[in-house]
Design a protein around this ligand. Sequence first.
Ligand code: NAD
Length: 319
Amino acid sequence: MPRRLRWTRSSRHWVRMNCISTYEEREVMKIGFIGLGNMGMPMALNLTRAGHEVRGFDVVAVPEIPLGQASSAADAARGADVVITMLPNGEILSRVAAEIIPAMQPGAVLCDCSTVDVDSARAVAEQARAAGLGALDAPVSGGIAGAAGGTLTFMVGGDEAAFATVSPLFETMGKKAVLCGPSGAGQAAKICNNMILGVTMIATCEAFALAEKLGLDPQKLFDVVSTSSGSSWSVNAYCPVPGVGPQSPADNDYKPGFASELMLKDLRLAQMAAESADADTPMGLLASQLYARFVEDEDGRGRDFSAMLPRFAQRHRNS
Ligand code: NAD
């Protein structure tokens, strides 16, 4: 019988996972998990199911769950090998970091998986390192389905030692983790990726709305574009036309998926970063303005970000 041993670090203690054809030795880690929302809760549950000792905390009461519950963020962080945060924004992350860093044990790693601005990510990492901790910014792609299914992609900023410590946890919660560079590089990769996504989705929706007005069958346009130079993930994997291409939120009345307000958040973070780095991003700026109008003045809030298609289809050249 094949025998596969995986020793991740010099030991705290170990659990033996017996499978039909393999044995796996895996370290049980003590994890503090702060922010048990749509993403954080399923990620924390996946870590628990893998045998780790997880203690979670959220400011909002969470339902009865098979997870240790801490009385505060500092309580969740105390004694943990790794503290994972999954919070709404950089301001909240900074507040939580100020509370937990003094409570964490030396050598532990603070791993922030929220999507936040690059400057906050770098500042928090700096404070953690000054306190003798490891620090990673590790935002994710894959959404709620990826969090539940353990198929997230992690884009990571920080040093190799901290990355090696947290890698087994990334493997449990996701399918891929890329160390992109020093602190802030994970957030930089996330917002650059999502700036491309926002811009290509708008271009895709414009093109299909134009095609309709030109009397072109959207299925024919999909057949051409998806195998031509205009192809992109927005067209090929997430086509915004109902009934065309693979199953997507367009086939479910544009229920998210990836909500327009989350896309707006990421496009605004990209603009904050562009401002701070003095980068010229005219298409990213226009995409953030269009999604702001869609979410704040039109009917985009709570709809998938591909619902830009019916928006364009209803409009006219000068409306
Ligand atoms: P969410 O609002 O569902 O969860 C955030 C949680 O943080 C909430 O439960 C909230 O009560 C908690 N919280 C707020 N302040 C806190 C504090 N001081 N201490 C402890 N807990 C606190 O958001 P989400 O959808 O889980 O997203 C979390 C992060 O992941 C965001 O940064 C988001 O941009 C990013 N993200 C979300 C998705 C998605 O599809 N939802 C995809 C990729 C990335």
